[in-house]
Design a protein around this ligand. Structure first.
Ligand SMILES: N[C@@H](CCC(=O)N[C@@H](CS)C(=O)NCC(=O)O)C(=O)O
Length: 230
């Protein structure tokens, strides 16, 4: 039995982390049997991040490594896709994980209103009096990382403008079918839909969460993927 080490559910999502939800969706898509083991603390797992997949005596860190392991062991996430679609799928996954994700991170760790809820959710295991003290340097490090990366230097309005063409690209594909690459969910849906869901689930009204929540096409898509893969 495979064991997925994951952050617990939060904000009505299967996990606080869209990468953990992605791993769950891939596991479900693979047809292999698995169980979850929730922890709020990533420090002792490979890469110091979650998700991780425990397979007998091996622990695989990072959702892309988990995908690769599942594929090496028989999973076929992009069955029937042309080379061109596989190439586009790769680009959509990168867009979701290496761009959209950071806007969610900025919403959650950068906005004071959101942060106080996120802090008390993610770090609920830390006693209240210590929580603010322990999480302050963590927040500073995340925001410093985002400043170095660059997106942390944009205003909220500029960030929304930056995200808009990505959301449009996803919507354009959805005019062609219920999932990004046709009538069946593929690897791209397992990455993109959890990211959109996390965007909407941010527990305050930010420019980004409101943009996402007010979009009927994308909201229905997130729901469709959750029903197919959740
Ligand atoms: N590239 C990684 C990203 C995973 C990731 O960023 N996980 C975050 C939560 S969304 C994490 O565990 N962060 C803990 C930390 O950075 O200390 C993957 O695909 O698994």
């Amino acid at each position: 039995m495979l064991t997925l080490i994951t952050y617990p559910p939060a904000f009505d999502q299967l996990s606080a982390s869209p990468f953990c939800v992605k791993a769950m969706y891939l596991l479900n898509l693979s047809g292999m049997s698995w169980q979850r083991d929730d922890t709020p603390d990533p420090r002792n797992w490979p890469k110091g991040k979650l998700p991780a997949l425990w397979v007998k005596d091996e622990i695989i860190g990072d959702s892309e490594n988990i995908r690769a392991w599942l594929e090496r062991n028989g999973a076929e996430f992009d069955k029937g896709l042309s080379d061109l679609d596989r190439a586009a799928s790769r680009a959509f996954i990168r867009m979701a994980e290496e761009h959209l994700y950071f806007h969610i991170l900025l919403d959650r760790w950068g906005d004071d209103r959101v942060w106080s809820i996120v802090r008390d959710t993610y770090f609920a295991a830390i006693p209240t009096l210590l929580r603010k003290i322990i999480t302050r340097p963590m927040r500073r490090a995340v925001l410093h990382g985002m400043h170095s990366q660059g997106l942390g230097r944009l205003t909220e309005a500029e960030r929304l403008d930056r995200v808009e063409p990505d959301l449009q690209a996803i919507t354009d594909r959805l005019w062609q079918g219920p999932f990004l690459f046709g009538n069946q969910p593929t690897a791209a849906d397992a990455s993109v839909a959890p990211m959109l869901a996390a965007m909407a689930a941010t527990p305050c009204d930010t420019a980004l969460s409101m943009r996402m929540r007010s979009d009927e096409i994308l909201t229905n898509y997130v729901q469709r993927v959750a029903e197919a893969l959740g």
